[in-house]
Design a protein around this ligand. Structure first.
Ligand SMILES: [Zn+2]
Ligand SMILES: [Zn+2]
Length: 246
């Protein structure tokens, strides 16, 4: 059952998290996760739900090879949204090269855009733990064992550079101001608000309707506006800081 503290979040104006709006699906999800991962348990605090405990990395015969202490904070937007993860055993250094955010120690398992583009319907929390999270931790073990300590899975960059890299792939431009214009379009709530006569954010000088309209529609359909809004804020700050430093 939900504890009273949890069902009384301080923020009034904010939309309530799905696990408060819908306690039945929360309880179903909780039972499912605790069933699959007996070493993990749910911890409910004011305004947040975390899954905490040990995650075992097994070999092919089911023997435990490694143990990681983790905390997985559920997405507030959706049971299939991108959770936030911390490794709480102090095994992974908080370094960008390790895809760990140095300011708070959270793991950078996915660029949010990448997550939603690959999984337009999100993924369940147990799929997330078994798939991307386990893969991330295995990568950390491999880095420790490798000679060059290089990240093995993919080559994506971190933070603002990761955002630029993602949109560059879809727009064919890595100019930050172009990507900012793209994000200004994508954060609109409704696709109809993105007008075909606008200049295409790829920098070609063509109208959107004659250029990257389909790409923009696809990105808009898959990536929630909270995500593009957050990236816009982050990238804008980075661009301003760069400008001020010159
Ligand atoms: Zn990263
Ligand atoms: Zn274009």
């Amino acid at each position: 059952m939900l504890q009273p503290a949890l069902s009384d979040p301080g923020a009034v104006s904010k939309k309530k998290p799905w696990y408060i709006e819908n306690p039945d699906s929360y309880n179903t999800l909780r039972r499912e996760v605790e069933n699959i991962f007996p070493e993990l348990s749910f911890v409910e605090r004011v305004g947040e739900v975390c899954i905490e405990g040990d995650l075992h990395i097994l070999d092919n015969s089911g023997k435990v090879l490694y143990r990681f202490s983790i905390r997985v904070k559920l997405s507030e937007q959706s049971p299939r949204g991108l959770p936030t993860v911390w490794e709480t055993g102090g095994r992974i250094p908080w370094e960008r090269e390790r895809h760990m955010n140095p300011h708070d120690g959270s793991a950078c398992i996915y660029l949010p855009e990448e997550f939603w583009y690959e999984n337009p319907n999100g993924i369940s929390i147990s799929e997330f733990i078994r798939g991307p999270l386990t893969g991330f931790l295995i990568n950390q073990i491999l880095i420790d064992k490798s000679e060059n300590h290089k990240w093995l899975k993919g080559e994506w960059d971190h933070g603002e550079n990761g955002i630029i890299e993602f949109y560059a792939e879809h727009l064919g431009t890595s100019e930050p101001n172009n990507i900012l214009r793209c994000l200004t379009m994508l954060r609109k709530k409704d696709t109809k608000e993105i007008k075909g006569h606008w200049l295409c954010p790829c920098g070609s000088g063509h109208k959107l309707r004659d250029c990257h309209r389909l790409n923009i529609n696809e990105l808009h359909k898959r990536i929630p506006s909270e995500v593009t809004e957050a990236s816009h804020t982050k990238l804008k700050r980075a661009v301003q800081e760069l400008r001020n430093s010159h």
